[in-house]
Design a protein around this ligand. Structure first.
Ligand SMILES: *[C@@H]1O[C@H](CO)[C@@H](O)[C@H](O)[C@H]1NC(C)=O
Ligand SMILES: *[C@@H]1O[C@H](CO)[C@@H](O)[C@H](O)[C@H]1NC(C)=O
Ligand SMILES: *[C@@H]1O[C@H](CO)[C@@H](O)[C@H](O)[C@H]1NC(C)=O
Ligand SMILES: *[C@@H]1O[C@H](CO)[C@@H](O)[C@H](O)[C@H]1NC(C)=O
Ligand SMILES: *[C@@H]1O[C@H](CO)[C@@H](O)[C@H](O)[C@H]1NC(C)=O
Ligand SMILES: *[C@@H]1O[C@H](CO)[C@@H](O)[C@H](O)[C@H]1NC(C)=O
Ligand SMILES: *[C@@H]1O[C@H](CO)[C@@H](O)[C@H](O)[C@H]1NC(C)=O
Ligand SMILES: *[C@@H]1O[C@H](CO)[C@@H](O)[C@H](O)[C@H]1NC(C)=O
Length: 499
């Protein structure tokens, strides 16, 4: 028994190490319904520059698959609804697709999930009837190639699969979809695939703003909503929507299926009636979302549960029909500039070199004005890094503020350093009319913009910044260990009891 105990202990530790306990992931959806987007190669470069490690695409476009080769980025790929028929009809169609469209690019391109159809219940012509047969054929093709454990098969849903989502504990699937959901859920449970859902507190707020507070939708609420059946307290709508699905799954006795959020987000612009569609709200929603999931907070019904989320979307997509907001879900404009800043590490705007709480103070920063000419910016940049006495090492190649490698970004960094070193006065941000004061912290990733209080920059303390980055990722792992250890101990206990 002693020996088997040690064996199990070692096995559990190994399982932990090989990533059973990785923690929640934050990815981005890379939709391409636009005619002005950068090439896939450039998009992948942008994704890498922003430290995004997980991406969802909606098809298996070969140019896109190739662009992700050897990037280390994990990819969710998709089979569009319009292609479901052949996949559902014949096994050989799925086999051929896998052999010709996927295997030549795998594993250089790291594919981890295949979504077979998307939000099928929202589509006319009873498309959902084809989903499970197509999933089964794709799964069988993967199994024949020995990949069914590495690449998971599922399909995405809109929240419209629920007939009831409030209160969360009353969450229930619409019985009209039972014919489709029952075999689907059995498939997911059997193959340990996640239930994928696209969830949009934005729409819930927009369509029912009299009953839903904006703060609640944006994770900013100071009050709580109580689920009268369970007594669970909800401080945001996202959690309530996710729990409604957990409860709907439990009501059908599917208790082991995990949820994965394949789309969520907030538009930065909308028609005049869509007053909540602003860049500020979009930044708030996505920043709070990342902070909420990144440390495995879980939801009130499933505290500590990992939850992977994919933010919709990478780019604004100009060919999407519908209201103005439809074309403005992007984190980036097609020219690759940010619509607003977003920190994918979930550290938000807390200055990691000082631990100071920048958001809650009234500090200001100085950045390059967007209407400045290149020549003026170059002159001002040269001046700041020369006579201006600014330490510009952080914007040199391979340093934290080199990417994005453009004049506006480099000048912004230098302008701000000068501004902070010189009393943060109006004058110190003039740069001949090319500087612009802002109270939004422009820091991103490891590129920390100085503040008056800190007087520290990524340049003057680059090692501290990277050290605290690795420290924070170590911290992240150790946060997950308790959950993993629990699993490990449970399996030890089980084995000991059995033996
Ligand atoms: C859709 O197809 C399924 C399976 O073929 C069938 O049971 C169901 O009644 C159909 N639903 C509609 C609305 O046609
Ligand atoms: C359930 O789905 C059917 C078919 O789409 C729809 O007509 C019905 O309104 C839905 N019921 C609820 C309560 O949402
Ligand atoms: C708000 O809630 C009330 C009562 O629950 C309901 O009757 C009303 O239709 C809701 N309004 C909106 C816009 O959803
Ligand atoms: C995760 O973050 C939330 C919000 O910042 C915090 O309340 C919670 O205690 C954190 N959980 C862990 C396990 O660190
Ligand atoms: C940062 O601000 C938040 C909200 O104002 C506060 O709860 C938190 O304690 C602050 N953290 C630090 C490190 O000052
Ligand atoms: C900025 O903060 C300081 C100290 O908290 C305060 O005295 C000052 O009034 C604030 N200024 C503005 C414009 O809010
Ligand atoms: C940029 O626009 C602002 C007003 O928005 C103006 O004050 C400033 O002079 C302009 N700068 C340049 C270089 O055109
Ligand atoms: C860099 O940061 C570390 C850790 O915060 C600190 O101990 C060190 O003094 C800093 N070095 C400089 C040059 O500011």
């Amino acid at each position: 028994m002693g020996r088997s105990f040690i064996l199990v202990l070692v096995t559990s530790l190994l399982l932990m190490l090989i990533g059973v306990c990785q923690g929640s992931k934050v990815g981005v959806c890379y939709g391409r319904n636009a005619d002005d987007l950068p090439t896939p190669d450039k998009a992948v470069q942008l994704i890498r520059n922003h430290n995004i490690k997980y991406v969802r695409i909606y098809d298996s476009n070969i140019q896109v698959l190739k662009a992700f080769a050897n990037s280390g980025i994990e990819l969710v790929i998709g089979i569009p609804n319009s292609d479901l028929l052949p996949f559902s009809q014949f096994q050989s169609n799925a086999d051929t697709w896998l052999r010709n469209n996927i295997l030549p690019y795998y594993p250089a391109t790291k594919i981890t999930y295949i979504t077979v159809g998307a939000e099928a219940t929202e589509v006319p012509n009873n498309v959902s009837a084809m989903v499970v047969p197509a999933m089964q054929n794709v799964f069988t093709a993967l199994r024949k190639a020995g990949l069914h454990k590495k690449i998971k098969v599922s399909t995405t849903h809109s929240l419209g699969v629920l007939s009831r989502s409030y209160p969360p504990s009353a969450g229930a699937f619409n019985s009209s979809y039972a014919f489709f959901l029952r075999p689907l859920l059995e498939f997911l449970a059997e193959n340990q695939s996640p239930f994928m859902v696209d969830t949009y507190p934005y729409y819930a707020y927009r369509d029912s703003s009299s009953n839903v507070s904006l703060d609640y939708a944006l994770f900013e609420s100071s009050s709580e909503v109580i689920d009268p059946n369970t007594g669970l307290l909800y401080t945001n709508m996202f959690d309530a929507q996710i729990d409604a699905i957990y409860f709907a799954l439990m009501a059908l006795n599917f208790r082991t299926i995990k949820i994965m959020v394949t789309e969520t987000g907030w538009p930065s612009k909308g028609s005049p009636k869509e007053t909540a569609a602003t860049a500020d709200n979009a930044q708030t929603y996505n920043t709070n979302l990342i902070r909420h999931v990144i440390n495995d907070t879980g939801t009130p019904a499933k505290p500590g549960q990992e939850l992977d989320v994919y933010i919709f979307s990478l780019f604004n997509e100009n060919r999407k029909p519908g209201l103005e907001s439809e074309r403005n879900w992007g984190l980036f404009f097609p020219d690759q500039t940010s619509v607003y800043n977003l920190d994918f590490t979930g550290r938000g705007t807390v200055d990691i070199t000082t631990g100071a709480n920048i958001t809650s103070s009234n500090e200001t920063w100085c950045v390059a004005a967007s209407n400045a000419s290149d020549a003026d910016l170059q002159n001002a940049l040269d001046w700041a890094c020369g006579s201006g006495n600014v330490d510009c090492s952080a914007i040199q190649p391979s340093q934290p503020c080199f990417e994005p490698d453009n004049l506006v970004s480099h000048a912004s960094y230098a302008f701000n350093s000068y501004y902070q070193q010189n009393g943060a006065t109006d004058i110190a941000c003039s740069f001949g009319g090319n500087g612009l004061r802002t109270n939004k912290n422009p820091s991103y990733d490891n590129c920390i913009y100085a503040t008056v209080g800190s007087r520290k920059t990524a340049a003057s303390n680059a090692t501290a910044a990277s050290a605290s980055k690795s420290a924070s990722s170590v911290g992240k792992v150790s946060i997950h260990v308790p959950g993993c250890l629990l699993m490990g101990f449970l399996s030890i206990l089980l084995t000991v009891v059995i033996s």
